[in-house]
Design a protein around this ligand. Structure first.
Ligand code: ADP
Ligand code: MG
Length: 209
């Protein structure tokens, strides 16, 4: 008698291309552009794709992921990483590519969620800030970077030197890690320019006390 074959998670998609890709870098480095580029190519390959973004990101339209050069694709807003799983379970047909923008804003379960998806044959493309405005690794990003098969680090253009920028410096606003903003609040800087700008910010803070 042929033993009953266990259901393989890879049969879910029939593709077996489960993997985690992370695109990271500072603000304005082209993370969303790169995520959209990968999604478009997946769509050309007729792969059912969904883009998720966290409810925290209130810039632009709620149902689209939009880059700073005004590229946009429809997206689904979720309030937690469980929301990603719930949405996918509710789909009538399997999704083979899951893109997640602003991954740094998600809860601590996001890395485990991405592993579950990848282990089930889904290609996961996550884009997010690797560092916060103080230059400290941002939320779940370090874990996600460690788990990923492929990591792409992008750079923006430094607003002071014109050189490749790895840091997002906050030029206005308070001291909390999450503060949604655009060019009015953040500028990309090289390490040298960032260190100098942080020193000046610290000096201003201590003289205001
Ligand atoms: P991210 O998602 O990393 O914040 P986007 O993909 O939304 O970045 O936007 C990248 C685009 O931002 C660039 O193609 C460029 O048109 C624009 N841009 C504006 N300021 C800068 C800058 N200082 N460095 C690089 N790109 C910039
Ligand atoms: Mg972006």
């Amino acid at each position: 008698m042929v033993p009953h074959e266990e259901h393989s998670p890879l049969q879910h998609t029939g593709l077996g291309e489960g993997r985690i890709e992370v695109v990271c870098g500072p603000m304005f480095s082209g993370k969303t552009e790169e995520l959209l580029r990968r999604v478009r190519r997946a769509q050309i390959a007729a792969q059912p794709t969904v883009i998720f973004k966290p409810a925290t990101d209130t810039r632009y339209q709620k149902n689209h992921v939009t880059s700073h050069d005004s590229n946009a694709l429809p997206s689904v807003t979720v309030s937690s990483s469980q929301g990603i799983l719930d949405y996918l379970h509710a789909q009538p047909r399997p999704v083979t590519v899951v893109a997640i923008d602003e991954a740094q804003f998600f809860d601590a379960e996001l890395p485990a969620t991405c592993v579950t998806l990848a282990n089930n044959g889904i290609r996961v493309i996550a884009a997010g800030l690797d560092l916060d405005f103080k230059g400290i690794p941002f939320g779940v990003m370090p874990e996600l970077l460690a788990l990923a098969e492929e990591v792409t680090k992008l750079h923006a253009v430094c607003m002071e030197t014109g050189r490749p920028a790895h840091f997002s410096h906050r030029i206005a606003g308070g001291d909390s890690t999450v503060e949604i903003g655009e060019k009015d609040r953040y500028i990309p800087l090289t390490r040298q320019a960032f260190v100098e700008a942080r020193k000046q910010a610290d000096r201003r803070e201590s003289s205001a006390e």
